[in-house]
Design a protein around this ligand. Structure first.
Ligand SMILES: Nc1ncnc2c1ncn2[C@@H]1O[C@H](COP(=O)(O)OP(=O)(O)OP(=O)(O)O)[C@@H](O)[C@H]1O
Length: 295
């Protein structure tokens, strides 16, 4: 069975529009399908956990990173391949997998693409697929998801600008803190830490290439620490991250590992796949080949 999991409100209504745009093509195919519609946060997980999947079943998500995050959490223990038709405002998961942003092409890819197993990160028992970040990016995720302007920017198809506005807002009041980072048992202490991003895939925050070398099949998490710089310098580092050219700059250190521990002097807000998920201290680990995706 083919399951379409649709978040109608992803991308401020784009999810619904995308489904209506492809329904005719889906109906014309021979394969039976069921369309599942999410109604609230967490609903994807409820819907999918009720299904007894059979061999050969697939789930195609129409939504953004938040919906993908929920779907993969529900399917982590199961061998059900997941395709994606991007309909959110950030779509970092689709971008990282090089899924076309054009709906028809993404549908074709979801139906005919290759099934591959990819790694996932875990913060406790919560799975993340793109990145988990503590500090500055956690605050940005928190205020973006609560903001009035996210809807507004989505309406004009400029979802990434919501993150940019939030970055500026957080930058004004953010106070960096000292952090002890443990990477596979080795300890590192950093002062004036702005953020620690633990990435399974290169992009987060709507196209920011925070860990350009992160690969979802290498059995490692890439950890980017931005530290030891004042606000003025941090302002110059952050825009470089849009292209991944911040790596190598003063105040940017990258590690790779499977088990990451973060403790900080002041609690740092944590986001997983763009959703606020608590605060430090945190234990993060990589699980190899944890989920199956279609790409
Ligand atoms: N019917 C619904 N109404 C409101 N929110 C919903 C609904 N269905 C799911 N959600 C929640 O909407 C949130 C945002 O969804 P999603 O991340 O897919 O879209 P987005 O925020 O526009 O895109 P992105 O995360 O890529 O920026 C998710 O946390 C999801 O649980």
């Amino acid at each position: 069975m083919l399951y379409f999991l649709i978040n109608p409100n992803a991308g401020n209504g784009k999810g619904k529009r995308v489904w209506h745009g492809i329904k005719h093509a889906v109906d014309k195919r021979d394969e039976a399908y069921i369309d599942l519609w999410t109604r609230f946060q967490g609903h994807s997980e409820e819907l999918l956990r009720e299904i007894e999947f059979q061999k050969g079943d697939r789930v195609i998500v129409i939504g953004g990173d938040g919906t993908v995050h929920e779907v993969l959490n529900a399917l982590a223990e199961k061998t059900v391949p997941v395709g994606i038709i991007p309909a959110g405002s950030g779509n970092d998961f689709a971008r990282g997998l090089k899924i076309p942003s054009e709906t028809g092409e993404a549908l074709h890819k979801s139906l005919e693409g290759n099934v591959v197993s990819i790694d996932a990160g875990f913060l406790g028992d919560r799975l993340f697929i793109t990145a988990a970040g503590a500090g500055f990016d956690g605050e940005v995720a928190k205020i973006t998801n609560r903001s009035w302007y996210k809807k507004w920017f989505n309406k004009i198809n400029a979802g990434h600008l919501s993150y940019l506005v939030s970055v500026i807002r957080v930058l004004i009041g953010y106070k960096p803190t000292s952090v002890t980072l443990k990477v596979d048992g080795q300890s590192f202490t950093y002062n004036r830490v702005w953020l620690i991003a633990t990435a399974n895939m290169p992009f987060y925050g709507g196209g920011i290439m925070i860990c350009p070398d992160a690969t979802e099949t290498d059995g490692k998490l890439d950890v980017c620490v931005i530290h030891g710089v004042n606000k003025l310098k941090a302002i110059t580092v952050l825009p470089k991250a849009l292209k991944g050219s911040h790596v190598g700059s003063k105040g940017v250190t990258v590690h790779k590992g499977e088990k990451i521990g973060v403790t900080s002097n002041r609690p740092m807000t944590i986001q997983c796949d763009g959703e606020m998920t608590g605060s430090t201290p945190a234990q993060i680990r990589l699980q190899r080949k944890a989920v199956m995706v279609i790409k």
